[in-house]
Design a protein. Sequence first.
Length: 379
Amino acid sequence: MTTSPRGVAILGSTGSIGTTALRVLGRQGARFRVAALTAFNNAALLREQANQFHPSFVGIVSNGTNAHPGWGCGETCLVDAATRDDVDIVLNAVVGAAGLDATLAALERGKRVALANKETLVMAGDLVEAGRIRGNGEIVPVDTEHSAILQCITGRSGLQVRRVILTASGGPFRSWQPEAIERATLAEALQHPTWRMGRKISVDSATLANKALEVIEAHFLFGLTFEQIDVVVHPQSVVHSFVEFVDGSVLAQLGVPNMELPVLYALTHPERIPDTGVPPFDPVELSPLTFERVRIADFPALRLGIEAGRAGGAAPAVFNAANEAGVSLFLEGRIGFSDIPRAIAAALEELGSLPGHTRDVILAADAAARRHVRERFRC
Ligand code: NAD
Ligand code: MG
């Protein structure tokens, strides 16, 4: 039986996940067709990708369109790409809150969202779920940990899950003393031990804010309480997460650290298709696999994020926005590494009990948190 290839829109096609996805799609042309591509401002790479994959829509947020006749432009191009009739699957690989409206719009149109852009689920999990139900859409995670959980539970009832344990590499400062972490430089923070990723998520992995985002992401994706989600440090990033079932049995999904598999699986779930993107698995070569407790006191962003998730309302959006604002100031060299969790704590203290029941109040809380961080550092 032959079926026509499914149309895929890649939002953020010039980034780390976006370029990974195009490598996967380059091999899987019989099953998937690149229908739309968007980027923030890297017009040169976007043009190269468009020439190679011939999507029916190309959108660029910034950097002008006069030079690119026929391209969509401005912030709305994300929603334009995500809601096209020839798009079945939207890979949202945008970084940060900017991806929210495209996720909502795609779900409301009944599409599958292959979600790398975890920030939008964290800031507006209830809204995203409501949109998914309204439009009969589907969210499939791209994050390795959540992909691992999905791969372990697919075909089973959710009621059989007792607990999940998310693995965390621990980031570049896993074994550093607190005084050294306080003085960490940007170059040091960007040196992730096991993954090559965009700058924002690399810093999030160093503060462990990324793991807090992932705990909240797991809460919304799998309907788990925060008591059912634990985190363990696993420096080799080979075990992508564990699921403990009600009878005490534990399943895990393993693999060489490589994003091509979770990207492919988010497109094919619940099926698997033959692919060659992942290097061979050799347990001896990869050993030893080790596990450690998280040093929660030394990485305060993790605790702050989990507390914000438990508090609900706009607190997760405030956590996310304060973190995004803090990380961008750190990337610009204007604040120190440990100022990021300090800024998050102060923003949550001031704004953490705001309501979060509509898109507009969430965006207002997001804007207030960003303002709070900039004013704190007079930036
Ligand atoms: P990146 O910075 O490499 O790429 C981001 C992409 O989004 C680029 O194409 C950029 O043009 C686009 N973009 C940035 N700001 C935008 C805006 N305001 N509006 C529209 N487009 C914008 O980031 P990345 O590492 O690919 O991460 C993307 C997302 O995937 C993040 O949410 C990250 O947490 C998540 N993620 C990444 C990895 C990884 O291995 N890189 C793993 C798991 C999850
Ligand atoms: Mg992850």
